[in-house]
Unconditional design. Structure first.
Length: 113
């Protein structure tokens, strides 16, 4: 029901869309900004980027990042290895996943029509 309402609202706004011509207004506003503000913004962005990269290297974040990703991967592998489903062979699991993928693809194709 909610999805249908969303489609109706989206269609309503698409049908009643009004384009307001810019006539270069946005470009003129940007050009009227003081050059110092633009330059200061670029310098500040550059300084913050360099500081972030420097902190990443100074705090040896590569090791921490590698450790965190390794722990997450180990947890995922441990979770799946601890699941015990009696009577489930690898071929059965493969066929189940393949069936789910084919049915999902069919449902997506039918829904688009």
């Amino acid at each position: 029901m909610m999805e249908n309402d969303d489609r109706l609202v989206a269609r309503f706004f698409e049908e009643h869309k009004v384009e307001i011509e810019d006539n270069g207004f946005s470009h003129r506003v940007v050009n009227q900004l003081p050059d110092g503000a633009r330059r200061a913004s670029r310098i500040w962005t550059f300084v913050c980027t360099v500081a972030g990269i420097a902190m990443f290297f100074l705090l040896d974040c590569f090791d921490s990042l590698r450790m965190v990703l390794g722990n997450i991967l180990g947890d995922v592998v441990g979770f799946f290895s601890s699941v015990q489903l009696p009577g489930l062979t690898p071929i059965t699991l493969y066929l189940a996943v393949l069936t789910i993928m084919v049915v999902s693809l069919h449902n997506l194709i039918v829904a688009e029509r």
